[in-house]
Design a protein around this ligand. Structure first.
Ligand code: NI
Length: 168
């Protein structure tokens, strides 16, 4: 396994749209393992391939307390159930250090393939529902800061750019 570098906002590569995965083969399983290792190391509860500069539709999530319930979603599709919304504070490994309230549909069903290419479905109206929507947004080139006011987004952008300059 290997740790993968995580792109940070406002890196334009975070705007790339990920492509469907046709074959769930060993290279995809290795990518899933590397993404999980990278996510646990960060540490975070979710990571999308776009964040490690891979344009493939795969996300990994683990919202368990003990970090021992890894979930791999390949070609995930979300269906919103009902018309309820929920507000939660979200953070992101690509926007390190910032947490802001985002409103999303609160009840969803996700359909995806697992690491063996088998299709599965999960329905959730809690933390997993929020996390999955956040990660699928990444695959479509979208970040949680896009839901904030332009002023707030600009403030975060400036702060991160300053940190990146100091690092360079
Ligand atoms: Ni994120």
């Amino acid at each position: 396994m290997a740790l993968l570098p995580i792109l940070e906002f406002p890196d334009p590569r975070l705007r790339n749209k990920a492509l469907p995965i046709n074959d769930v083969d060993d290279s995809i399983r290795k990518l899933a393992d590397d993404m999980l290792e990278t996510m646990y190391d960060a540490p975070g509860i979710g990571l999308a391939a776009t964040q490690v500069n891979v344009q493939k539709r795969i996300v990994v999530i683990d919202i368990s307390e003990d970090k021992n319930q890894p979930l791999v979603f390949i070609n995930p599709e979300v269906e919103v159930i009902g018309d309820g919304f929920e507000e939660m504070d979200e953070g992101c490994l690509s926007v390190p250090g910032f947490y802001e309230t985002v409103q999303r549909p609160d009840h969803i069903k996700v359909r995806a393939q697992d690491r063996n290419g088998e299709t599965f479905e999960i329905e959730d109206d809690g933390m997993l529902a929020v996390c999955i929507q956040h990660e699928i947004d990444h695959l479509d080139g979208k970040l949680f800061v896009d839901y904030l006011s332009p002023l707030k987004r600009q403030r975060i952008r400036k702060k991160l750019e300053k940190i990146h300059r100091q690092r360079a």
